[in-house]
Design a protein. Sequence first.
Length: 78
Amino acid sequence: MEYSEIISKRILELCKKRKITVNKLSTMSGVTQSTVDGIIKGTAKNPKIKTLHKLSIGLSMTLSEFLDFKELNDFTFE
């Protein structure tokens, strides 16, 4: 699994857990819908930390909490 797929999966899981749509997350975080769609679809291969930070705030969590999950912790960058 690629880094972008891991981040996409995390966003989708968190939205599902909070019972919000990706569109709602976009509104809540102040990240454009096209940027969020790019991350979800994998066209944005390396989302900026600033974007991930905004998304985490939209999800009512810290960036550390957002990035602390098994798939990412097990991921190895080449």
